[in-house]
Ligand binder design. Structure first.
Ligand code: HAM
Length: 424
């Protein structure tokens, strides 16, 4: 049996990297004051149809949708924003005194896509959502956190690409302009785009098949259709990025693949050499109107998400090693039945005292037990044989220097605790 296509097992050796990255992201959220939210892995299908949008690729072709035994249509979440907004409305979080509501999540998402490097059917997203503020400074905060997520792990080859899609009015004007522009070429566009042209013409700009069509290059840009308010909003977002000295480029063709966006849209790309074909590391934007769409009061929102898979790929492409291969603190070597029993007891005591320790469980000879200690890169090896046991002490060896000491068994826990704390 093999794991399904587009999924992967994360085994020891690699899982430490995931833990390291996840801890760093959680710590980052602490600094920016985003709190964790955990929502279900599956939701009612309608949530994504309404939230992500009926005409998006995600909803049309990529969802894992199934009927449960009660005949309900459920879907494995393809992204986190719709669920967070659903939960925000369901629990009336908008009514809590502390606003805006700043949330983060880490968890698996599911999309039926053609798997390739950096594109999985099950992948892990880390994302944040800030609900309840239409201050352009929070757009800049979300982008600052998104960039910091990579920078704090040492990544350098990053590019922040931003655009504005404008408010509903600007989008409407732009939509009409797009229809007028593409309509004469309708027959030359792919089947999908012919449908998109009626339902969601913005998505035509994002089509991979029609990318080379001459009408693409001359298509009206969103930026030309921004009304005064939207233009001013975008200017302010940029001025806050400037204030933090966060470099960015404006790309008027950046439209994003989900329907809920307006105003600010952004992506972070890797320009590291050898990163691979898919260079987008993360994306996000503003989604004023989504909370109302989900039945809540008028509430602005903005957020972004990255996948941990692509973050790890970027670290590899830039040759960054995470400090995870550190080895364990102690390995306990015992010889003989009596010593073995004492080793079990002391190992337990050491662990209770907070010391990381392991021992042999395969009845190995002393030489192989030493080998295990080496393999585990133990800092200290504790040896307890019949002689030591009789003398009521253990031999403790500091592996780095080879220095050895006989320590009374009654003092072993305190001794190792102090040693590991740096002799304090
Ligand atoms: P998205 O652009 O669909 O946006 O996905 C965000 C990120 O998830 C992508 O930039 C990419 O790193 C990663 N990703 C997407 N699909 C895959 C895949 N098949 N395999 C590996 N990684 C993948 C969203 O999901 C929005 N909910 C982001 C957001 C939050 N906007 C506002 N708030």
């Amino acid at each position: 049996m093999k794991a399904p296509r587009g999924t992967q097992d994360i085994l020891p050796g690699t899982s430490e990297k995931w833990q390291f990255v996840e801890s760093a992201l959680i710590e980052l959220c602490r600094k920016y004051n985003y709190q964790e939210i955990r929502t279900p892995v599956f939701e009612h299908t309608e949530l994504f149809q309404r939230g992500v949008g009926d005409t998006t690729d995600i909803v049309q072709k990529e969802m894992y949708t199934f009927e449960d035994r009660g005949g309900r249509s459920l879907t494995l979440r393809p992204e986190g924003t719709a669920s967070v907004v659903r939960s925000f409305v369901e629990h009336k979080v908008f009514g809590l005194p502390m606003q805006p509501t700043k949330l983060f999540y880490i968890g698996p998402m599911f999309r039926y896509e053609r798997p390739q490097q950096g594109r999985m059917r099950q992948f892990y997203q880390f994302g944040i959502e800030a609900l309840g503020s239409a201050d352009p400074a929070i757009d800049a905060e979300v982008m600052a956190l998104a960039m910091a997520a990579y920078q704090e792990l040492g990544l350098k080859s990053l590019k922040l690409v931003i655009n504005s899609l404008g408010d509903t009015e600007s989008r409407k004007q732009h939509r009409e302009a797009l229809i007028n522009h593409f309509d004469p070429h309708r027959e030359e566009l792919c089947q999908d785009c012919q449908v998109r042209l009626d339902k969601n013409p913005l998505r035509v700009l994002d089509c991979k098949k029609d990318r080379e069509h001459p009408a693409m290059a001359t298509a009206p840009s969103v930026l030309e259709y921004l009304n005064e308010e939207s233009r001013e909003y975008f200017e302010q977002v940029k001025s806050y990025l400037d204030a933090m000295e966060i470099p960015y480029v404006v790309d008027k063709n950046l439209v994003r693949g989900l329907d809920y966006y307006n105003h600010t849209a952004f992506e972070i790309m890797s320009d590291a050499e050898g990163f691979g074909a898919i260079t987008t590391l993360s994306g996000g934007g503003r989604y004023n109107g989504l909370v109302e769409e989900m039945g809540g009061p008028e509430t602005p929102g903005i957020g972004f998400a990255l996948s941990i898979e692509r973050l790890l790929m970027a670290l590899e492409a830039e040759g960054i090693e995470l400090p995870v291969d550190e080895g364990i603190d102690c390995y306990f070597l015992a010889l003989g039945n009596q010593a073995e029993k004492e080793a079990v007891r002391l190992t337990y005591q050491l662990r209770k005292a907070g010391v990381q320790v392991d021992k042999d469980y395969l009845g190995r000879k002393i030489k192989s037990q030493f080998k295990s200690a080496d393999r585990l890169k133990a800092k200290y090896v504790i040896v307890l044989g019949e002689n030591e046991l009789e003398a009521g002490q253990a031999n403790v060896k500091l592996m780095e220097t080879g220095e050895q000491k006989e320590i009374p068994l009654t003092e072993l826990v305190t001794y190792l605790k102090n040693e590991l704390a740096g002799g304090k």
